[in-house]
Design a protein around this ligand. Sequence first.
Ligand code: NAP
Length: 315
Amino acid sequence: MPPKVIAVMGATGAQGGGLVRAILNDTSGEFAARAVTRDAASPKAQELARMGAEVVAADVHDVESLKRAFAGAYGAFCVTFFWAHMSGDQEKQEAASLAEAAKAAGVRHVIWSTLEDTRRWIPLSDTRMPTLQEKYKVPHFDAKGEANRFFVDRGVPVTLLNTSFYWDNFIYFGAGPKPGPDGVLALTMPMGDKRLPGIAAEDIGKCALGVFKAGSEFIGKEIGIAGEHLTGKQLAGAMARALGREVRYQDVPPDVYRGFGFPGADEMGNMFQFKRDFEAAYVAGRDIGLAKRLNPDLQDFETWLRRNKDRIPIE
Ligand SMILES: NC(=O)c1ccc[n+]([C@@H]2O[C@H](COP(=O)([O-])OP(=O)(O)OC[C@H]3O[C@@H](n4cnc5c(N)ncnc54)[C@H](OP(=O)(O)O)[C@@H]3O)[C@@H](O)[C@H]2O)c1
């Protein structure tokens, strides 16, 4: 049997990159990786080619290019790029194009990397948090959740994969601990004493491979994955042990966090508040046992820290 081709969006990035590497490292040879990138000549794309991936060029804003990228593929991993523009409406358009292309190409299994539409829990009329972009509470959640139906309504054989906060945000997203006025590192999040489901970004792709390997089991299903569900205090404690210095968890009210002023602070403040205020539902939607079954190498936070602590920028 020739390997079944999986077209991977965001192949040079965190989620898609993890999946491409997982496919290439899978000794069963059941699947072949087709890495989708805007620039097949970029060093990252070339590195994927060198590792054995087919590299094809497409842009999520050009639906015809997506159709070509998905043509003949058995599967497609679909992810959108909210932080490139920070517009919920644009993200929905991207998802609609992905669904249209997957349908047109007759892809037999799509994984849509999604998140909850928080407005199911906190409608726009709820004044606990501000409404953003006129129609969302947490745009990068709500747009993805709303976009679920673009795949479902078109009859695309889809697995809705709810992902979790990447621990890699402590490295790349400015979310790591920062020294306070007393010099002690503080991990600042408006999470109170609630648990934050987290995951190593690389493990999302490994779990996605597990979903493809399970055949039809997860088609038509919504699932969620995490590596561990830890409170801010537990995250800070694990960081302190790994870094060998004090790290304090600093809880702040969501309003204060929204006012921090960095790009997307209001969005992130709403996101954390949603996770804090609806902890039970949010955590219940992310099954560590399932993630482990899909990806037996699933990392917990301590394991991730052991491998990555030196990459966390400390001012
Ligand atoms: N950070 C978190 O904790 C977290 C948690 C859950 C979900 N998410 C979601 O994850 C999504 C992003 O995924 P990621 O973190 O894997 O992204 P990423 O690491 O930023 O990489 C995205 C890749 O997508 C490609 N890309 C960007 N714009 C594109 C376009 N117009 N057309 C085609 N490809 C494009 C880029 O590759 P080329 O330059 O090679 O084209 C880039 O390498 C966001 O929507 C975010 O909301 C993030």
